[in-house]
Ligand binder design. Structure first.
Ligand SMILES: [Zn+2]
Length: 371
């Protein structure tokens, strides 16, 4: 076996993140401090100071300046099929901001991270490495760091005024955060082929709580007609794979795309309206707390109704997808697939629900279905 070459390298990508985060908090804190001093609120200043120190102390852990790299190679002669995916600038930027479960291991935002998948029968092997970092990439990182730091410095000043900039920045961040799992699944999956007119991709087990994540066996993405499978589903035998693919295909076949798009725009619109209206009211000097709380209450009510409707819709969609699967691969195959899931140790240990529905309810539904 080849020995892995481990070495420590300087990460100019993390230098970028540390600089802009620090710049943001420094500028924001300075403004708050000035404001509190003007109204003689020393207590707020102390609280704010402690918070800022705590957040800044977290940066070096989240963004280490020196990264241990281990270039794990896949033995190309051993696997039948090998697939690659390159994660570029935007993916790495997103991971830096929103993938918090691990310290950020990007070396340069302009070099690529390479996701590689080797498949042989029921064996799936993933590697996740940094590609070669050229000197020019480092220069780009530094230029980007300087420009972004200046932008962030002014942005943070605007941010502390709690105006439109504050509203928009918070909206964008909270939306990117809300759709985190969908985006991360996208980033961490490798396309291996097609399933009829759909793309078929396998997901790299990126979550540290691997088991907890894997209660989701597959995903169907309408945007790019993609069926994503967990690595363990793809390599976990034909019965499970066949059922999950048929079920996810059912989601794509039976979904109403206009309705889904409308739902997406509604939440985006409501979120932006909420954050900007709070910011707007503060900025025009609305002092009465009730008036500022009003958008908050409206948004909370909206979220409650929206999420309730979404849960109902997704439950209906699940059964529709199973009906499609029954018509596609037959009742027996669907039941066998569900039984495999039921026997999964995860289900026994945690009694988790499969897309919000207990496994027994699904089995009962399929058994009683007469099409
Ligand atoms: Zn489903």
């Amino acid at each position: 076996m080849k020995k892995n070459n481990t070495k420590k390298v300087f990460s100019s990508a993390n230098f970028f993140f540390i600089c802009i985060m620090f710049m943001f908090f420094f500028s924001y804190y300075y403004n708050e401090w000035q404001r509190n001093r003007a109204i003689n609120n020393n207590f707020a200043n102390i609280i704010f100071f402690i918070m800022t120190i705590a957040i800044c102390a977290y940066f070096p852990i989240r963004f280490p300046l020196f990264i241990k790299t281990e270039n794990e190679k896949i033995d190309e002669s051993y696997y039948d099929d090998i697939y690659y995916k390159k994660l570029g600038f935007w993916s790495q930027l997103y991971l830096g901001f929103f993938y918090w479960t691990k310290c950020n291991d990007s070396i340069s935002l302009f070099s690529k991270k390479i996701l590689c998948l080797g498949i042989k029968n029921r064996e799936c092997k993933f590697t996740y490495n940094n590609s070669e970092v050229k000197k020019i990439y480092r220069i780009f990182d530094f230029i980007l760091t300087v420009i972004s730091s200046i932008v962030v410095f002014f942005l943070a000043q605007e941010f502390s005024k709690m105006g439109i900039v504050y509203g928009l920045t918070l909206s964008v961040f909270s939306l990117l955060f809300a759709f985190r799992n969908i985006i991360l699944n996208h980033i961490f999956s490798v396309k291996i082929g097609n399933e009829e007119e759909y793309n078929l991709s396998i997901m790299y087990p990126y979550c540290i709580f691997d088991g907890i994540m894997s209660r989701k066996y597959g995903f169907a993405y309408y945007g790019d007609n993609n069926i994503l499978l967990q690595k363990d589903v793809f390599c976990g035998g034909e019965i499970l794979k066949k059922y999950i693919i048929a079920h996810e295909k059912g989601h794509l076949k039976t979904s109403n795309r206009t309705k889904n798009l409308l739902l997406l725009f509604t939440i985006i619109f409501a979120t932006i309206s909420f954050f900007t209206s709070v910011g707007f009211m503060v900025q025009i000097g609305v002092k009465r707390t009730e008036l500022i709380i009003l958008p908050l209450i409206m948004y909370a009510v909206f979220l409650y109704v929206y999420l309730t409707l979404l849960r109902k819709k997704s439950e209906k969609d699940e059964f529709l997808a199973d009906v499609y699967a029954i018509k596609n691969i037959g009742k027996e195959a669907v039941l066998k697939g569900l039984e495999v899931i039921k026997k999964d140790t995860l289900y026994k240990n945690y009694e988790v629900k499969l897309s919000g529905i207990e496994i027994d309810r699904r089995i009962k539904f399929v058994k009683e279905y007469k099409g």
